[in-house]
Design a protein around this ligand. Structure first.
Ligand SMILES: [Zn+2]
Ligand SMILES: [Zn+2]
Length: 389
């Protein structure tokens, strides 16, 4: 399978560069999904468009079991600083997370599997919009596709990969258990009563109130959450006032939280609410709204070990390693909540050069593309031919 995938190097590189040149933001992947649909159809796939707004679902084969494989297609609002003949043509938009590579790789998987004489069951290709952003209702691409039936019919295994700027080409990271954090955000206003800076006793100073609230927020993880449960609360934005001698009416505070267990998520929500209650105790008031993001991504034990074994057979034990722990967010967790699933990190490190994700100089070593396609295709075939794990 790896040899067959290697023969697709030029082709996959061509797809990836084309997507890289024409990046589109979340829920605006019109050109990308049109191209994907066209290529899937040319491989003999049944194609459904506009799944979860700008997503595409392709299918090969018939009946059960079903293996779903997901690639995200969206780019980021960032001006590219690389000068290549495939640099972004859309000002202020860039594939700086590698989703262009994911899209090209999944097209490669479709091509490899379309050339198989036969296999039992169905392979479903999920080309997902908007992994990086949510729509006006706070919903990102994965749950939007699920609402449109992307996981219906009894999916037995769901797979994905993410390129990694930290892992050398020809290696992967895969492990069972939590592989990224659940993420929610909160938007709050601490409400006081503004007035003259020289007469604070006639005001309710929301900046003073917010100082207490921020301390209370920062005590939650260290004092209220079991130290063996990974969790984070970070305040990323705070805004109030615009003159040195005016006490403002309110302070806006926005933050993010991460967790790996739903019980911890509930605990953190209730403790954040209590922290804002401090503003009330001191004579002010507050408004607080949580935006529920992606659930934690938990790699299923069987799915992770199937990927691991397949990869070991293909690239050798020494190239298959455990991932470092992290609480980054990834909305693939919405798919893997509905079926046994796992995501692995695919080495795409550009040798001797820092090309960090979400950086304007991000790039991948394109030799990673066939590795990704081969591991996904072979894992899928093993599951289908075995009738399960
Ligand atoms: Zn990203
Ligand atoms: Zn990403």
């Amino acid at each position: 399978m790896l040899n067959r995938a290697m023969e697709l190097q030029e082709k996959l590189q061509g797809y990836r560069r084309d997507f890289h040149k024409h990046p589109e933001l979340g829920f605006q992947e019109y050109r990308t999904s049109a191209k994907v649909s066209e290529l899937l159809a040319s491989l003999g796939c049944r194609v459904r468009q506009n799944v979860g707004k700008t997503g595409v679902v392709g299918e090969l084969g018939q009946g059960l079991p079903i293996v779903a494989i997901r690639a995200d297609m969206d780019a980021l609002p960032l001006q590219e600083d690389n000068q290549t003949n495939y640099s972004s043509q859309n000002p202020g938009v860039m594939h700086a997370c590698g989703h262009d590579a994911h899209t090209a790789i999944l097209l490669g998987v479709a091509e490899l599997l379309s050339k198989e004489v036969s296999f039992p069951g169905t392979v479903r290709f999920l080309f997902q919009p908007a992994e990086e952003v949510a729509d006006e209702e706070g919903v990102s691409g994965a749950p939007r596709m699920i609402q449109d039936g992307a996981m219906e019919g009894g999916v037995g295994l769901v797979l994905a990969l993410h390129v990694s700027a930290h892992v050398p080409v020809g290696q992967i990271h895969i492990g069972a258990g939590p592989s990224s954090g659940g993420v929610d955000s909160f938007r709050a206003s601490i409400i006081g009563m503004g007035g003259h800076g020289a007469r604070p006793h006639e005001t309710v100073d929301p900046i003073y109130l917010s100082a207490h609230v921020i301390l209370a927020l920062n005590g939650i993880i260290s004092r209220k959450v079991n130290p063996f449960d990974a969790a984070v609360i970070s305040i990323g934005s705070i805004h109030a006032g615009n003159a040195e001698n005016i006490i403002p009416n309110k302070v806006d505070i926005f933050g993010t939280l991460r967790y790996t267990k739903h019980s911890v998520q509930e605990k953190i929500h209730s403790e954040i609410t209590k922290a804002f209650d401090v503003a009330k105790a001191l004579g002010g008031d507050y408004q607080l709204k949580f935006e529920i993001g992606s659930p934690p991504m938990i790699n299923d034990e069987n799915a992770a070990s199937l990927i691991k074994q397949t990869a070991i057979d293909m690239i050798g034990t020494e190239n298959v390693n455990l991932p470092p722990n992290g609480l980054g967010a990834e909305d693939f967790g919405s798919f893997s909540e509905l079926a046994p699933g796992a995501m692995f990190s695919l080495g795409s490190k550009v040798d001797g050069d820092e090309r960090e994700h979400h950086n304007s100089r991000f790039d991948v070593d394109e030799r990673c593309l066939p590795y990704g396609a081969a591991i996904l295709a072979e894992t899928t075939l093993r599951f289908l031919r075995n009738g399960g794990f």
